[in-house]
Design a binder for this molecule. Structure first.
Ligand SMILES: NC(=O)c1ccc[n+]([C@@H]2O[C@H](COP(=O)([O-])OP(=O)(O)OC[C@H]3O[C@@H](n4cnc5c(N)ncnc54)[C@H](O)[C@@H]3O)[C@@H](O)[C@H]2O)c1
Length: 429
């Protein structure tokens, strides 16, 4: 099939590369000229394991193309995937990028095409896109389908190639048949194809993300209780997770959830609730609790340091919201590091992606290896759960005698740390 992907970021690029690897001819479009120039040279602008090989292989086979020319890319394709961002504006999903793309599609519908929203868009967006497209005498030339994306950054290729489910929302039998054919290689590998209404598909994405955010926030609050009641939250999570109705995943306490999806999608869902005069009080309280979490952890850092932050050397291991990605969007480090810097701390950070991040605060320095980042540390904070932080010899990587470790991911055993005489703090234990 001939596919056009509009928006070549985390979702668009991964989807485009994976669809081309299945034998389709895929044109990925982006308005960012620099991104397209890099991609045409086989340079991947984002950090995503396995993506480079996939892009280069399909570029060579000429099944994967990159361009800024949106009009001709739309005209030559059968299926158009909208994969642009839907950031938060005034606590709602800002759909300006989606509607800009829709307008370009409207003027280039030279024959029947399926227009698919892979971007996460609120309920009724498909209806609005249909209305815009119809306004140019385009009747019968298109179907608008919702096909939300569930990939996780850091595991994106695997998630795309082996999905738990492929959700397709449309009332058109013709569009559904074509979408099913497109996804057939993934369905054959065990992915469940779920055909539903367009509005249901739109809501499934938001409801799923809000549910996962709720699970994280729930265990974070249980961890707060464990800290005060001398209970190990790890044991509580294991005990809970053994119940198949609950499941053990997403029951790991840590910093506030971040990333490009959960914070914006929970807010957008509450806004959809408002639009339909429905009070989503659980989601509202999840947002509220998560918003307060970084302050709570900052208070804990102050306590660990006996309220002496000024002139202390604090090292962060990892600053992204999760491992396997260079995405900094809404990472809790963006709140915690500037606050510590304002309080007079000297911050070093080591980032396994090897990419320096834009912290505008004073005295924040990037290091390319753990030892250099940690050697003068008074406090080492494990912020992101990368594998390489799981077996550190803290006494070897820092020269300070009375250093402390705050493990925000509970990677180490408290008894082991005690045995090694390391001043160790974690979450909910
Ligand atoms: N990142 C994730 O893990 C993830 C997972 C599932 C769903 N989603 C959803 O997918 C959507 C995209 O997310 P992302 O993380 O890939 O965003 P992103 O910011 O990485 O990529 C969006 C791209 O769209 C391009 N763009 C904007 N306007 C354009 C236009 N008019 N024409 C062509 N290109 C244009 C931008 O230049 C950018 O490269 C969002 O709705 C997001 O919620 C993201």
């Amino acid at each position: 099939m001939k596919i056009c992907i509009i928006g070549s970021g985390y979702v668009g690029l991964v989807s485009g590369a994976c669809f081309s690897d299945l034998g389709n001819t895929v044109t990925c479009v982006d308005i960012n000229r620099e991104t397209i120039e890099k991609l045409n040279k086989g340079i991947i602008p984002i950090y995503e394991p396995g993506l480079h090989e996939l892009v280069v292989r399909n570029l060579k086979k000429k099944r994967l193309l990159f361009t800024t020319d949106i009009s001709s890319s739309i005209k030559k394709s059968d299926i158009i995937f909208i994969c642009v961002g839907t950031p938060t504006k005034n606590n709602k999903a800002d759909l300006k990028y989606v509607f800009n793309v829709t307008k370009s599609i409207k003027f280039n519908l030279n024959r029947y095409k399926i227009i698919v929203t892979k971007s996460t868009v609120p309920v009724t967006t498909g209806d609005k896109i249909t209305k815009i497209l119809k306004s140019n005498n385009n009747k019968n030339k298109f179907d608008v389908v919702s096909n939300p994306e569930f990939l996780r950054e850091g595991e994106a290729i695997r998630d795309f190639q082996f999905p738990d489910r492929v959700v397709v929302g449309t009332s058109s039998n013709k569009a559904n048949k074509i979408m099913k054919k497109l996804y057939l290689p993934l369905i054959k590998k065990g992915g469940r194809y779920f055909h539903t209404s367009r509005r249901s598909a739109e809501l499934i994405k938001y409801a799923s993300n809000a549910f996962l955010a709720t699970k994280i926030t729930f265990i974070n609050e249980i961890a707060n209780l464990c800290e005060k009641s001398n209970i190990d939250v790890k044991e509580v999570a294991i005990g809970m997770g053994l119940d198949e109705r609950i499941g053990s995943r997403f029951l790991r306490p840590g910093p506030a959830y971040g990333g490009s999806c959960f914070p914006k999608d929970t807010r957008a869902l509450v806004s959809t609730g408002r639009m339909f005069k429905t009070n989503l009080s659980v989601v509202k309280s999840v947002i509220n609790s998560n918003d307060k979490r970084s302050n709570l952890l900052l208070n804990k850092i102050s306590k660990i340091m006996n309220n002496k932050i000024k002139n202390k050397n604090i090292t962060f291991l990892g600053v992204t919201f999760k491992p396997g990605t260079d995405d900094m969007r809404e990472s809790s480090s963006l709140k915690i590091i500037p606050t510590l810097s304002r309080k007079g701390a000297y911050i070093n950070y080591y980032e396994p992606t090897g990419k320096k991040k834009e912290f505008k605060s004073k005295n924040v320095n990037f290091f390319e290896n753990i030892k250099d980042a940690c050697k003068s540390a008074d406090l080492i904070i494990i912020h992101t759960e990368w594998n390489e932080f799981k077996q550190l010899n803290f006494k070897k990587i820092t020269k300070k005698r009375n250093f402390k470790v705050f493990d925000m991911r509970n990677l180490y055993s408290t008894s082991e740390m005690k045995k090694n005489k390391i001043n160790y703090f974690s979450i909910g234990r």
